[in-house]
Design a protein around this ligand. Sequence first.
Ligand SMILES: Cc1ncc(COP(=O)(O)O)c(C=O)c1O
Length: 379
Amino acid sequence: MPGNTVDGTTARRRIKLSYLDRQFAEVEPYLADIRALVSRGDFTLGEAVRTFEERFAALCGVPHAIGVNSGTDALFLTLRALEIGPGDEVVTSPNTFVATVGAIVQAGARPVFADINASYTIDPDQMEAAITPRTRAVLPVHWAGCPADLAAISDIAQRRGAALVEDAAQAVLASVDGRHVGGWGEAAGFSLHPLKNLNVWGDGGVIVTRSRALDARLRLLRNHGLQGRDEVAVFGYNSRLDSLQALVASRLLGEVEAITARRIENAARLDAGLAPLVGRITLPPRRPNVRQVFHLYIVLAQDRDALLAHLRERGVDAKVHYPVPLHLQPAARVLGYRAGDFPVYEAYCRSALTLPVHQHLSAQELDDIIGLVRDFYGA
Ligand SMILES: Cc1ncc(COP(=O)(O)O)c(C=O)c1O
């Protein structure tokens, strides 16, 4: 649908989910950092990665942060460092990006799903019911930037003798009861993927932990098991955070609070504009003790597919995260789940719709989105 431009001509509206062109329109400061790095030739781990790790740990309020290749590796290496593998089970949420489950499978363990609750995150009671004598870890996912019920989950994990590993890929700066996600259990994995709230120019990830022993083990595993140049302590992987990416991440660490505040503000504006549609739309869940950081703004919508088409035809980059339940994907057949096993999650997959909420949206763009959704429902 055309919209008016300042000179009176019409242009197609395009409200994108990606903001990278806007975020990096002013690229010079990043390039200056990179030029300095190139002049030092400090490409492997080194100062850039160390500085980022120290600052990220401080941001999360934990003593240790380990930069790795990706958010997926953050989870995989954590499971390996905890010596979780064949014969073990890890209870997790099916409401996630496939990487969570891929990391468990590639570590050699069996993923066991538990249904979600109204906050789109793992339901603690269902999680506890899925624990067996083979369970070595529980792995809640802070979906869309909304923390799982960490107080209940960490209590269950401790009582049942399971490690708590948080998938915080989408949740930098989210907190529960004023405590940052990532510090509630043994360790947590964050992603620095280009479309995460704290992002880099390719792949990157970071693990946080309170455990000095786990920190030491993870540093070995991410760098070939090398203890210094000439001693191989264990056989490991090459999963170092790239030094160039560490520079980008460090620069953006100075902005991540503002980015988060803006996303929370934008979510509140969408909430207010869409509130009259409640009944046809379910707004994102709110819990008073929780800071959610709106990596994604997800509503449950009546006639979701028609609303999706309506928005896309009118230039709004709405999306579905994700339409096919993960336990029903071809790759998951070996796990033996069936349609109907996770009714809350399956209903979510049928009605979830993601609307743009990123920090570069203008008030007008947010109001345009709200207007189009209202038009769709004839409100
Ligand atoms: C919930 C969740 N877990 C894990 C990952 C994996 O992160 P990465 O893409 O950095 O490997 C992602 C993001 O892609 C994610 O959204």
